[in-house]
Design a protein around this ligand. Structure first.
Ligand code: ADP
Ligand code: MG
Length: 699
């Protein structure tokens, strides 16, 4: 039976399943076909290689197995409270085996005096040991599955209907005995040898019924690898196809503008990392193919300057450039910084946002079309269809995660030749994840901060230290510094959050009566928001009470303190983004994570990471490890193309890299994936990605 047949055969046709159970498996676990059953893997394993004795039981014990005989069966209680108790003895002691469901069936199945192996977690009630609904086998059947035993994901409903982990195990065993050995391996032998991978049939067998821990790990490794390999191959294959299709501008020159800026007007020497990424980007824009590149750099690493210099490259090659920011404030800030920096070069730079007056808008439109406007900076207003360029060569998208994928794609259409695209983000996505989530985007990383930055001192403070926190805030304020106070505002909890935000605002106003307080949250009208933000940015306010709307990009170097309320409710990456708002000037900056005293140990550990490092990549890795990839805030907007069944992007970084290498290797030797050796691979990949997202939407 080939994998195809397993995919095409409904699970009810497996011996011992039938239509009724088949439907339950399908409804409760999504197991529709034999293939689904085969790929329903245990979530963990229990050790069935040794027997325990009842006299050695203790309360911390995991599930264990005991060999012995039932002495008596008695029914207690009535109706809903009815339970069956079997007294079980192994010669060293006795325990009660208790059933609340399927009492009749149990009573008929198990016999007094016969030998059974009972497997469950011992519990102690008033000096008596008991097990509730344990798994029960005959010694012979236990022998068949000695060693590690998989524990399968189940639902309560299935348990009530008598389908337990053991039942699933038997079904899988029936399946494997019937067809296991005939499962072909799509991965070529040399690849398997290189990576020391088990063959597929053995891996599927071993993952369900491993001999020991190391065999189980090898099986999992093999199956994880295969999954990650298809994922990588699919992404790479797609991006190659697109690269072959999409010609782009060839920026062969550096140009005079770039050189004049670099030699005469650079406000400070570039960091090594800035130089390197500018080179990488230029090399990519020279190839004649359209560039799609992600520029990652921690907050404050100087991405704006890199973007500007690349825009000058574009201008030097007779094209226009455009920079898009997610908010009006950010766009305005970029416009001001960039206009100032290029003032001596005689470049025409304009700002376009939702609030640009019609008259100015018209000027912008016509200058874009006649080519006299060189750099356009704006919000998503620049995406609108009536914004057309004469020759748009380069687009920079700042803080990408606020932009939808589809919006990005629209920028391509603004030019007959698609412009090069640089997406900048301060969310430090670990490389393994970036490589997968951003698919075909190439990645450049600024891994160095400009010299002389003082790391933000971060502390964790519990509620009982609030007074001291306010005192340090006051000290900063009196020294002429500004302070952020940030509250969580989360959709699911909006009403309550809104209240604590308002409450907090009142408290701050009262406590700091001699200082001016601005107030901003996402529910405000944009105009009001901007007004409040500007009060703070122009130092007409000393304190800004806000929600995470300030997370992205705001630059107020005089703000040296950030207090984050209910810090335990933020993700690490988000805390890091927030913290990036301070430490932008000369003064020593502080970040205070406020939390209620009673938090779980895990949560405290998470927050303590923030106090020990200011490195965004370390924070992101920790975030990924502790909370899984689904939670890196706002980053993986487009999500994954498929649900991974067994591999984890969080913990299988090395395998992911290996899969990437193998996928590249294969595409080098077989660019069209049309050799006979590649056929089975392509087939499997197609199967997996059939229902998946269309990657062509992702720029
Ligand atoms: P981000 O990467 O967070 O967007 P910015 O581009 O806003 O960072 O830069 C942060 C600050 O660092 C700005 O004030 C900028 O002028 C400054 N900066 C950028 N590059 C350098 C450099 N090479 N040396 C010193 N300061 C720099
Ligand atoms: Mg920035």
């Amino acid at each position: 039976m080939s994998i195809d047949r397993l995919r095409a055969t409904e699970v009810m046709y497996l011996k011992g399943v039938g239509p009724k159970r088949g439907e339950m498996l399908s409804k409760q676990l999504g197991i529709k076909t034999l293939y689904d059953l085969l790929y329903h893997f245990p979530t963990h394993y229990v050790d069935r290689s040794r027997f325990y004795t009842i006299n050695s039981f203790h309360s911390e014990m995991p599930a264990v197995q005991v060999k012995g005989r039932f002495v008596t069966f008695t029914v207690h209680g009535e109706g809903a409270k009815m339970r069956l108790v079997g007294l079980f003895s192994d010669g060293t002691g006795t325990m009660e085996v208790v059933w609340f469901r399927r009492i009749k069936w149990m009573r008929e199945t198990y016999k007094v005096g016969e030998e059974y192996v009972v497997f469950g977690k011992p519990a102690e009630f008033s000096g008596r040991w008991s097990m509730v609904h344990p798994e029960i086998d005959t010694p012979q059947s236990v022998q068949a599955s000695a060693g590690l035993r998989g524990v399968y994901p189940l639902t309560e409903q299935l348990r009530n209907r008598g389908i337990n982990s053991r039942t699933i195990f038997s079904m899988v065993q029936t399946l494997l005995q019937g067809y296991g050995r005939t499962i072909e391996d799509p991965l070529p032998r040399d690849m398997r040898m290189r990576l020391r991978l088990m063959d597929k049939a053995s891996a599927l067998e071993a993952i369900h019924n491993p001999r020991d821990v190391s065999q189980m790990q090898e099986a999992r490794r093999r199956l994880k690898f295969e999954e990650l390999f298809y994922l990588q191959l699919n992404i790479l294959n797609y991006s190659r196809k697109r690269a072959a299709k999409m010609g782009g501008y060839r920026f062969s020159r550096v140009g005079e503008l770039f050189n004049r800026f670099y030699f005469d007007f650079l406000p400070f020497p570039l960091t090594g990392a800035q130089k390197r990424v500018i080179k990488e980007i230029h090399a990519d824009m020279k190839t004649g193919r359209q560039m799609n590149r992600l520029l990652q750099g921690d907050v404050g690493s100087g991405k704006t300057l890199v973007a500007l210099m690349c825009m000058l490259l574009a201008l030097g090659n007779e094209t226009q450039a455009c920079l898009m920011a997610p908010t009006e404030i950010l766009a305005t800030q970029h416009f001001e910084t960039i206009s100032k920096m290029v003032a001596p070069l005689g470049i025409n730079v304009k700002l376009l946002t939702g609030s640009t007056p019609k008259k100015q808008r018209d000027v912008i439109h016509s200058q874009l079309l006649d080519g006299s406007l060189h750099i356009l900076i704006g919000t998503h207003a620049v995406i609108e269809d009536n914004v057309q360029f004469a020759r748009l060569g380069f687009v920079v998208i700042d803080e990408q995660h606020r932009f939808g994928v589809a919006q990005r794609a629209r920028m391509w259409k603004k030019s007959a030749v698609p412009p090069h695209v640089l997406v900048m983000t301060a969310t430090p996505i670990p490389r393994t994840l970036a490589m997968t989530v951003y698919g075909d985007l190439d990645v450049s990383i600024i891994d160095e901060l400009p010299p002389g930055r003082k790391p933000v001192v971060t502390v964790l403070r519990y509620e009982d230290k609030r007074l001291q926190v306010y005192q340090s805030m006051a000290a900063q304020l009196r020294a002429g510094r500004q302070v952020y106070v940030v509250y969580p505002l989360i959709k699911e909890n909006e009403k309550v959050d809104m209240k604590s935000l308002e409450e907090g605002y009142r408290q701050i106003c009262e406590t700091f009566r001699h200082f001016r307080v601005a107030y901003v949250h996402g529910k405000m009208k944009p105009a009001e928001k901007d007004y409040q933000m500007n009060l703070f940015a122009s130092h007409q306010a000393d304190i800004l009470v806000a929600t995470t709307v300030i997370e992205v990009g705001v630059n107020v170097p005089n703000a040296t303190t950030m207090v984050i309320e209910n810090a335990e409710r933020f993700g690490l990456s988000q805390l890091h983004q927030l913290r990036g708002r301070v430490g932008r000037g000369e003064g020593q900056s502080y970040c205070v994570l406020m939390s209620k005293a009673a938090i779980a140990r895990e949560t405290r550990k998470r927050l303590e990471i923030m106090t020990t490092t200011t490195d965004g990549f370390v924070v992101a890795e920790a975030d990924l490890k502790m909370r899984g990839p689904g939670d890196i805030e706002g980053t993986i907007q487009s999500g994954m193309p498929i649900d991974l069944k067994i591999a984890s992007l969080a913990s299988d970084g090395d395998l992911l890299q290996a899969a990437r290498n193998e996928a590249e290797h294969l595409l080098e030797s077989d660019p069209y994936l049309d050799s006979s050796a590649s056929l089975p691979i392509v087939k499997e990949m197609r199967q997996l990605f059939d229902k998946a997202v269309d990657w062509s939407m992702i720029s």
